[in-house]
Write a new protein. Sequence first.
Length: 127
Amino acid sequence: MLKLFDPIFQKNYYFLYTKTYQEYKDILKNEFNKDTELDEECFGETEMVKKDGVTGVLIWVKKTNNNYNDNNSIGHEIHHAVVDMLEYCGIEQCEATDEVYAYVCGWLTAEIIQHINKLEFENWYKI
């Protein structure tokens, strides 16, 4: 699980990229003491969570080995995560805050893609 700390809003983002829904459910329960009613056929979910007294957002994406679908799901869930977190911080999405939303989306996307690329390189290198 990737943990990212947003130094501006002092909040955590967590990213899970698992092959199965059950892996996600187990981590959600064990790490955050939460359950989900998500349909097992879904490809991702975003949940507000609290860990070690800090509010955060958990982003889960099911790894399908189809880069187009995975990237689409990642972008989709990042959008939900940023909206959830910034609204939690009292920043409503509107024209005046558009740049704030875009900045956080860009930062989060870059961090997550960098993490995935590193994992894929490490797995490729082990072969």
